[in-house]
Design a protein. Structure first.
Length: 201
């Protein structure tokens, strides 16, 4: 099985630390999408054995409209009959709303059910800062998003796994003992998460 990486080069602003090709010319997104679809049409037969994963990175893919992203994903999806196809899209804080995020998760749950897969929703991990985006304070948004996820899970009788309440400190942060940068879990954190999910399932 093969994986596909699709590069979306658009960003609202360019970060000094990023070595990937990027551009702030957001008005060219439709033109770029057409180019990606044309390239895919020419080269899709090079893949052998089907497609297992689609990874959309950048740049900032979340600056693209849902419609344009869907066109790319749907074109690639036609090449596989695997209901377990995994699609991952990078996103930056501020580019999508909490409602967008919830809507994406609802869509994934609905697709899972159609394919006889039992969905499970996990809470977002705590964080009170992102070292790469000074000034962004996500703690309250994470609390609200987790509330929205649990409300949806309860309404649809979907298993909800709560990592947040176990890992968050009094400021809504992920403590340094679990993540040196306050965002990315270390092995000790993953061990706790494993215990939580195994008990829940």
């Amino acid at each position: 099985m093969s994986g596909i990486y699709v590069h979306i080069p658009f960003c609202k602003s360019r970060c000094k630390y990023c070595d990937f090709f990027s551009t702030t010319h957001l008005e060219k997104q439709t033109q770029y999408t057409e180019a990606v679809l044309s390239e895919w049409s020419d080269r899709r037969k090079e893949l052998m054995g089907g497609i297992q994963t689609i990874y959309i990175g950048g740049g900032t893919p979340s600056t693209m409209s849902v419609e344009l992203l869907r066109r790319i994903i749907d074109a690639i999806r036609q090449e596989t009959q695997d209901s377990d196809l995994e699609v991952t899209i990078e996103a930056n804080p501020g580019d999508i709303t909490l409602e967008n995020t919830l809507g994406n998760i609802i869509s994934m749950c609905e697709l899972a059910k159609v394919n006889n897969i039992i969905p499970v929703i996990c809470s977002v991990l705590p964080a009170d800062r992102f070292y790469w985006r000074p000034g962004v304070e996500p703690a309250q948004d994470i609390i609200r998003l987790n509330q929205m996820l649990k409300e949806y899970a309860d309404s649809e009788a979907i298993q909800y796994i709560d990592y947040y309440s176990v890992l968050a400190d009094e400021n809504g942060a992920l403590p340094q003992k679990y993540a040196s940068d306050g965002v990315h879990p270390n092995p000790d954190c993953y061990e706790i998460m494993e215990e939580i999910v195994l008990k829940a399932l």
